[in-house]
Design a protein around this ligand. Structure first.
Ligand SMILES: *[C@@H]1O[C@H](CO)[C@@H](O)[C@H](O)[C@H]1NC(C)=O
Length: 563
């Protein structure tokens, strides 16, 4: 190497005024040099990269250096970078006189040097060039370029063979793995970094930092810091706008990253996540002494849905009263689920339901075990019959509809508190829904009303069924006035109260009836043994071999006073 070259290098290493001098002399086709244009050795150097412009950093190697390692760590944008060595032509050496007024760098700069490309790379992740020193080189040029956006990168120069050790080293498999996923937690695992092995126990220069966010993975700690700070600023702004009048002081966003796990363990359980949500997980290995980091390849995970409502198994013929809680904010709290498995090879059955709550809407949804929805309907005070067919078992879900939100169902007479009455039966040899009477009104005949007996009439069905009549003496003062007209409609409108709620002493008769012509299906019963001039409440129930008994509309009648 020429004598002047050695002198030049020494001068570069010693003289802090060189870069400034150089910047004034930069030719037009080069970006003007700034003090940072000299890349120091062994120091993490941040470099701003204005969009579309090439930044150049220069360095020389000590004479004794056998090699170099140049590391470029982009922040969040892809960075194109290249390394070149520049040598001066020998000819120039001889013609240059250092004693002239021209300064040495200018001579060097303007000289007809040759440039040799050593390496180039484009990417968003950290990359290192290692290689031997380039012999005829006078100076090395590192060019950095961010095409799309203003960005930044950190650069590190190490003289000598091998890596500097200033950046943490990732293991060959540097992916983050998901070990387990729950409803609100995700457990992550990754291969430990060899950098940690080199440390004696007690040395705490490295730590992992695990970050979680709902939008995307970050390629570097720098981009994560930037991204999360931006998110936080947005959040602060939103809060500030909300609380503008309350004059709450807004604290500056904490610059510290909120690592969900921090330390040297290579496993981390992230908890307090939302169910059924997607999250992105990043693991960074941070060298706290040198202020550098390396990013593992992040992963994403989707937390499980909230556990569905537990279905209660219904037994054959079982009658159930279901009280539904008020619909709250959470999906599953607003309903109750039941399952029913009909007996017999037909796999069909009958579900009968009746809403008992005053004014609150109840919805029933029936799905088969094969996932097919049979029906989804609102329940009324009239009996609903749902035919179950096509699957070995059925899921019945009851929930309060969007109607009146008046808390619990009102307390019903008889001490029962329920909003839905429900029953399930297997259908052994039936083909469809049982028929219901065309009307549930009870008629009485004035001519057939005596002082000890009354005659009631009601519509039956074409199926042979049992009808039971119940009687209750009303206290004096209740019921229809006088003995004259004697007719009255229901007093207690409690459609869900079936015969099971009545005392046996109130039952006066039961009879079978069947009429194949539904229009003529009228049956009558004469109730005797009554006291004169007294009001009675009469109820008729259609007792079916399956399904909830059908209650007719209650009828109040007063016997004649004079016989
Ligand atoms: C910091 O950098 C030096 C080299 O510059 C390296 O030897 C060391 O291992 C690095 N990290 C720590 C935590 O010591």
């Amino acid at each position: 190497m020429a004598w002047w070259c050695v002198y030049f290098v020494v001068a570069l290493l010693w003289g802090p005024s060189w870069p400034l001098a150089l910047s004034q002399l930069a030719p037009e086709n080069e970006v003007p040099l700034r003090p940072t244009a000299w890349l120091p050795e062994g120091r993490v150097t941040p470099v701003r990269l204005p969009r579309g412009r090439t930044r150049r950093l220069y360095f020389t190697l000590k004479k004794a250096s056998e090699g170099m390692a140049v590391t470029v760590s982009p922040c969040d944008q892809p960075v194109e970078w290249s390394l070149a060595a520049r040598a001066l032509k020998d000819k120039l050496h001889k013609t240059t006189h250092w004693s002239t007024k021209k300064s040495m760098p200018e001579v060097w700069w303007r000289g007809p040097g040759t440039e040799t490309k050593l390496y180039s790379h484009t990417g968003t992740s950290m990359d290192t060039y290692t290689g031997p020193s380039y012999q005829p080189a006078s100076i090395y040029i590192l060019r950095l370029h961010s095409k799309q956006q203003d960005s930044e990168a950190t650069v590190y120069l190490h003289q000598g063979l091998g890596l500097s050790g200033a950046f943490p080293v990732l293991p060959p498999d540097h992916r983050v793995h998901t070990l387990g996923v729950g409803m609100t937690s995700v457990t992550l695992h990754w291969s430990p970094s060899p950098s940690l092995d080199r440390l004696s126990p007690g040395q705490r220069g490295y730590e992992y930092c695990v970050l979680v966010n709902p939008t995307h993975n970050y390629p570097s700690l720098c981009s994560a810091t930037k991204g999360l700070r931006r998110e936080r600023a947005k959040e602060e702004k939103r809060k500030r706008r909300e609380k503008e009048r309350k004059r709450t002081p807004v604290t500056a966003a904490a610059a510290d990253l909120e690592c969900v796990c921090r330390g040297t363990e290579s496993v981390c359980t992230v908890s307090e996540l939302l169910p059924d949500s997607r999250y992105y997980f990043d693991v960074f290995l941070v060298d706290r002494l040198n202020g550098t980091s390396a990013a593992y390849a992040g992963t994403l995970g989707h937390t499980h849905e909230e556990a569905g409502p537990v279905a209660t198994a219904l037994r054959e013929g079982e009658l159930r009263w279901v009280t539904l809680r008020a619909a709250g904010g959470r999906r599953s709290s607003a309903g109750e689920s039941f399952s029913f498995r009909p007996r017999g090879w037909q796999q069909s059955g009958l579900l009968t339901l009746q809403s008992c709550g005053g004014g609150q809407e109840v919805k029933v949804t029936v799905t088969t075990s094969r996932g097919q929805t049979l029906t989804s309907q609102a329940l009324g005070e009239e009996l609903s019959q749902i035919w179950l067919q096509g699957a070995p078992s059925y899921l019945i879900h009851l929930e309060r509809g969007g109607g009146a939100e008046n808390g619990l169902a009102p307390a019903l007479p008889g001490g029962l508190r329920a909003s839905v009455k429900m029953q399930t039966s297997s259908a052994y040899h039936r083909r469809g829904l049982p028929s219901l009477p065309p009307t549930l009104q009870i008629k009485s005949f004035s001519r057939l009303r005596g002082c000890h007996a009354v005659t009631l009439a009601w519509m039956g069905t074409e199926e042979r069924s049992l009808y039971c009549v119940y009687r209750r003496r009303l206290p004096a003062g209740e019921g229809p006035p006088g003995g004259g007209r004697g007719g009255g409609e229901s007093v207690a409108a409690a459609p869900c109260l079936g015969p099971e709620s009545r005392s046996d002493t109130e039952r006066v008769l039961c009879k079978y009836f069947q009429e194949l012509n539904p229009r003529r299906a009228v049956t009558t019963a004469t109730i005797g043994g009554l006291e004169p001039g007294t009001a009675y409440l009469f109820d008729v129930y259609l007792m079916r071999r399956w399904g909830i008994p059908v209650k007719y509309v209650s009828k109040t009648l007063r016997t004649r006073r004079e016989c």
